[in-house]
Design a protein around this ligand. Structure first.
Ligand code: DC
Length: 220
């Protein structure tokens, strides 16, 4: 059974997806991490991020895998390395390339084959798993998303003015929403939540309750 959680950065979807998968006893798939792995490899191999064909080739050559809570590229633990601002920026760029998306969508479907999974990203309910059992789309006000990102960065010992974070969020949103392939939009049958004023526990309680009530009413 597949549950999808899509939404922009800072909407709380990663935390929600991870927490929901634990509550349901499902696997968890962080598809943003896959785009980050391609971006990290592009930088690591000194490939020009603007060279669409070369970046597409990188996405086909590397082996992305997940082990426990770790993200691996060709066996190397890149869990921390893919969270830098530089990788974040390049991930958003390479995510626009059809060749990269085709490869990662294939990998995402392969990962979900025959298992119960909560899959999180931007296009999980629209493109990757249009037949998913339950689809959620999380949003949050830009100010709140910037505040969360600021807190995250501070925890890593990195400071950045909120105004700069807001601007970056805005730019990334525009790129994610306006790209021609798999833009960030809710699926027609997705349930939308604004998490701005909710705690993570409140979000999880609501998501879990919806999935469980569907499980008991809908054959799957
Ligand atoms: O969720 P994240 O910030 O880790 O995602 C990194 C980048 O990958 C972000 O710019 C959006 C993109 N992405 C995507 O295009 N499709 C997905 N399914 C997941 C992420």
């Amino acid at each position: 059974m597949i549950v999808t959680i899509d939404g922009p950065a800072g909407s709380g979807k990663s935390t929600a997806a991870r927490g929901l998968s634990q509550r349901l006893g499902f696997e968890f798939l962080d598809t943003g991490a896959m785009y980050r792995c391609v971006a990290w490899s592009v930088l690591d191999q000194n490939v020009n991020p603007a060279d669409e064909q070369a970046v597409g080739a990188v996405s086909q050559q590397i082996k992305i895998s997940f082990s426990d809570a770790k993200v691996l590229v060709d066996g190397q633990n890149v869990s921390q390395l893919i969270r830098t601002p530089e990788v974040t920026e390049i991930a958003s760029l390479v995510a626009q390339y059809p060749a990269v998306r085709t490869e990662l969508v294939r990998l995402q479907r392969q990962t979900a084959e025959g298992i119960d999974i909560v899959s999180e990203g931007r296009d999980q309910g629209t493109v990757v798993f249009p037949e998913a059992f339950c689809k959620f789309f999380l949003i949050a006000d830009p100010q709140e998303r910037a505040r969360r990102r600021h807190e995250e960065l501070q925890a890593q010992g990195k400071g950045m003015p909120i105004a700069d974070i807001l601007q970056q969020i805005d730019e990334r949103d525009q790129r994610d929403e306006q790209r021609t392939v798999a833009p960030l939009v809710p699926a027609d049958d997705a349930i939308e939540f604004n998490t701005s004023t909710l705690t993570i526990e409140e979000v999880l309680d609501q998501l879990e309750q919806i999935v469980r009530s569907r499980m008991s009413s809908k054959p799957h």
